[in-house]
Design a protein around this ligand. Structure first.
Ligand SMILES: O=C(O)CCC(=O)C(=O)O
Ligand SMILES: [Fe+2]
Length: 360
């Protein structure tokens, strides 16, 4: 699969934002989640211990690094998620990035549609603006519109899909890509240390040709938040993911041992999570956790998600360094591009996880 692969779809779902602007009182049937999967059906539990907040700047300052590293390690082992502060991105810069995204979603539909992911009325491309991919009959759709843009490798960018309004959008996304990559590298160096690999192991593995996708998720307010999901339960098909979330509106929930927990928001903290590829490479040492997004009756919500993944042609399988008699290999080998296709397919097919199809 080259990144510019196009998916044949059954139909083009409406842009959720337009349903809301049109004053919809009840979500249309294709958005309504079966009763047992509704947000209201699950008790959201109090966390037995909070998700650790890791100060990345301390990881490299020798005075505090041991203590901070231990926090990172416990976060990764217990939650597969952590909150990252001390990443060096100023709040003014993060604010501008969120504002540029907000302004894009505030543009008139016609302007937003200039970035539409729909091709010839019957296919969708990976990059661009649109709603969920409709692949199956009776597929339940997310209460979310999104703009996907491949940001790395730089030569692969398709600028024709990038918004020209607001005029700051392109420049901010370019800067965000560079700064976020530095953060990702620092995290990957420390993750390699957690499992006794050379510090540069994952950074080198990503290299210059790996794919980074920026996803701007826009969750309009919903008249019936208990009946829909902003994003249905999923794991990320990435190596790691860095989420930057609208400080005003929570909604991200993660599942652990069958219970759902709210992921807290700390202004200007990034939420980092382990993806499926990391789970496979680490032979299950790191876990890619199921998460979902719930909507809000009053407030819209925005998130900017950076998915770091390997080159499409790379094979993913447990690293030989992490396989031995005590810990036999737990996942089959698969080409990354085939895995990404699987992730899209199973995401559309409610209730299944792509990672489970790799488990031995
Ligand atoms: O919006 C969020 O908080 C999380 C989004 C997410 O999980 C994703 O895009 O994969
Ligand atoms: Fe996710």
């Amino acid at each position: 699969m080259a990144y510019d692969q196009q998916f044949k779809i059954l139909g083009i779902p409406p842009i959720v934002q337009e349903l809301v602007a049109g004053g919809v009182q009840e979500p249309p049937g294709q958005y309504v989640v079966p009763e047992q999967d509704r947000p209201a059906a699950a008790v959201v539990s109090e966390m037995p211990e909070p998700i650790p907040v890791v100060d990345l700047s301390r990881l490299s300052s020798s005075a505090n690094s041991v203590q901070e590293f231990a926090k990172l390690q416990s976060a990764l082992e217990n939650w597969g998620f952590f909150l990252a502060v001390g990443h060096g991105m100023e709040s003014a810069f993060l604010g501008e990035a969120m504002e540029a995204a907000r302004q894009f979603f505030q543009l008139p539909l016609e302007e937003r549609q200039k970035c539409s992911n729909v091709v010839d009325g019957e296919k969708v491309s990976m990059d661009g603006y649109g709603n969920d991919m409709l692949v199956f009959e009776n597929q339940i759709l997310d209460w979310c519109d999104r703009l996907n843009l491949l940001v790395e490798p730089e030569p692969e960018r398709n600028y024709s899909m990038w918004p020209t309004k607001p005029h700051t959008f392109r420049d901010i996304l370019c800067q965000y890509t560079i700064r976020c990559r530095a953060t990702a590298n620092l995290i990957l160096q420390n993750m390699a240390k957690v499992i006794n690999l050379p510090e540069e192991y994952f950074v080198n593995m990503l290299g210059e040709k790996s794919f980074t996708q920026a996803i701007f998720n826009y969750y309009p307010q919903c008249p019936r938040p208990g009946h829909v999901l902003g994003l249905r339960p999923h794991t990320d098909g990435s190596l790691i993911t860095i989420n930057f979330i609208d400080a005003a509106v929570s909604g991200l929930q993660l599942q652990s041992n069958g219970a759902w927990y709210n992921v807290p928001i700390i202004p200007n903290a990034l939420i980092v999570n382990i993806g499926d590829v990391m789970e496979v490479l680490s032979n299950g040492f790191f876990k890619s956790m199921v998460h979902r997004v719930v909507t809000n009756a009053e407030k819209e919500r925005l998130s900017l998600v950076m998915l770091y993944t390997l080159e499409p042609e790379k094979e993913i399988e447990p690293l030989s360094e992490l396989v031995d008699d005590d810990r036999p290999r737990r996942y089959i080998k698969i080409k990354n591009k085939d895995y990404i296709a699987k992730v899209y397919h199973t995401y559309a097919n409610h209730g299944k996880l792509a990672i489970d199809t790799l488990k031995i």
